[in-house]
Design a protein around this ligand. Sequence first.
Ligand SMILES: Nc1ncnc2c1ncn2[C@@H]1O[C@H](COP(=O)(O)OP(=O)(O)OP(=O)(O)O)[C@@H](O)[C@H]1O
Ligand SMILES: [Mg+2]
Length: 270
Amino acid sequence: MSDIESLCLSGKGITKIFGIGDNKTIAVDHVDFEFHEGEIISIVGESGSGKTTFAKMLLGLISVTEGEILFQGKPRDIKSHKNRKEYWKGIQAIFQDPFSSFNVFNKVDSVLLDCINMRGGRKLPKEKKFEMMTEACSFVNLKFEELTNKYPFELSGGQMQRLMIARIFLLKPKILLADEPTSMIDACSRATILDMLLKLREETNMTIIFITHDIGLAYYVSDTVYIMEHGRFVELGEANEVILRPKADYTKRLISDVPKIYEEWDLNTI
Ligand SMILES: Nc1ncnc2c1ncn2[C@@H]1O[C@H](COP(=O)(O)OP(=O)(O)OP(=O)(O)O)[C@@H](O)[C@H]1O
Ligand SMILES: [Mg+2]
């Protein structure tokens, strides 16, 4: 497959400016990017560097001040509500705070049923829907029977994160955007969740975009890394290349904050 054919999401000169005059913030400043099918990309940068703003533009949750985003090689048209809904079948997100991602008045089964309906399964027999929900829960090591009558706020942080992945399992978007998905959970569940996401990519060839402060995580999971500083991509490329042989001073500084990578690096180079 050629590069163009596998192009999933791309953009040139993408910019977001909040406010006007003295209150102006250039949150994302003329960034170029090309994400391909099945690629795992990490966007790494310090707090305030523009990561979430960039993610929100990709999702179409906020407008783009300048530049154009292409979805599967074509200009994205999400002006109408109908087109936006269609676009969101292709791109889904897991956010920093899972509590904000669910409607608090919807029980777990209706959260999952919504996903089946969104994928055109509204008319499927009840038993089939039950089977799909059970399968999605077991994919993330949750027991559907134990959750079915609960509201999302009755779940633990880790269970909620896993429920979000179960939703993605049912929705099967082309692109998954995960903004600090593992910040709420301990290191052990974190590894499990990352492995689930990687498994999902194996099964569906999903493109996964991770947004994180953690360059160690980027090294572990991604094919490609984009380093973001003050709204710009100061360095990008193959994860090994960028992290083991960083060129930009900013990348070097991010790496020096994570002694673990240096240890791995030493082991790899002995
Ligand atoms: N709605 C908004 N109105 C005005 N300024 C905003 C808005 N959203 C974000 N900003 C500003 O844009 C800049 C980038 O913010 P953003 O949330 O994208 O950073 P981030 O890299 O996601 O940070 P963190 O790692 O802390 O989540 C910041 O200076 C922030 O104050
Ligand atoms: Mg953020």
